[in-house]
Design a binder for this molecule. Structure first.
Ligand SMILES: [Zn+2]
Length: 195
């Protein structure tokens, strides 16, 4: 069921908001108190336990080189512009489209706060199972999947389409994450006052 956020409801009250901060070299400094609860909901309670995340470089938790480079460029942009920047993205689960927003705020000493808002979620008609095989050099991917908008593209094709339009059949579809051309070219917007 769709869960729109109403105007008089703060986002934090309505749905989960996860915050982390990274230092000048993009090492993780701090996590919001709900971090472990959200990681558990995503079945990553063990791999994303706080003591395994704080002090580690952010790139260790990003699954492909293209996505890593993209995120590092965005952090650099935030520090250079010295402004709070935001843009939408998707972080789908197997059962739901999850419409998110990432907000980057520059703090003192080149620290950047990365705030992830869950704006709304809608169920897929049928659950989608994608398996990220970016770390497995021997596995054969069927699709490229954009880390920002979650659209997918056949390895041999050039058309990006919504993940629910791609029939995965039974079992999980092996994917490699990347950033699609639309997301690569999307401009970050400046937020004049913090949420
Ligand atoms: Zn995209």
């Amino acid at each position: 069921m769709s869960q729109p956020v109403t105007e008089n409801q703060s986002l934090e009250q309505a749905l989960e908001t996860v915050t982390l901060t990274v230092d000048a070299d993009n090492y993780i400094l701090s996590l919001s108190s709900n971090w472990e609860a959200v990681a558990a909901a995503g079945n990553a309670a063990d791999s994303l336990a706080c003591q395994k995340v704080i002090g580690k470089p952010l790139h260790e938790f990003i699954s492909s080189d293209t996505t890593r480079m993209y995120v590092e460029t965005c952090l650099k942009l935030c520090r250079l512009k010295k402004a709070t920047l935001f843009r939408p993205y998707r972080c789908d689960s197997t059962t739901h489209k999850r419409f998110m927003e990432l907000q980057l705020t520059p703090l003192d000493n080149q620290v950047v706060e990365m705030k992830h808002f869950l704006l709304k979620q809608e169920p897929f008609e049928t659950p989608l199972h994608f398996e990220d095989i970016s770390h497995d050099a021997h596995a054969l991917p069927q699709l490229l999947r954009c880390s920002m908008c979650n659209k997918v593209r056949p390895i041999q094709g050039d058309h990006w389409s919504a993940p629910e339009h791609y029939q995965t059949g039974s079992g999980s579809t092996p994917v490699i994450h990347t950033i699609c051309p639309d997301c690569n070219g999307m401009v970050w917007q400046k937020r004049s006052r913090p949420r």
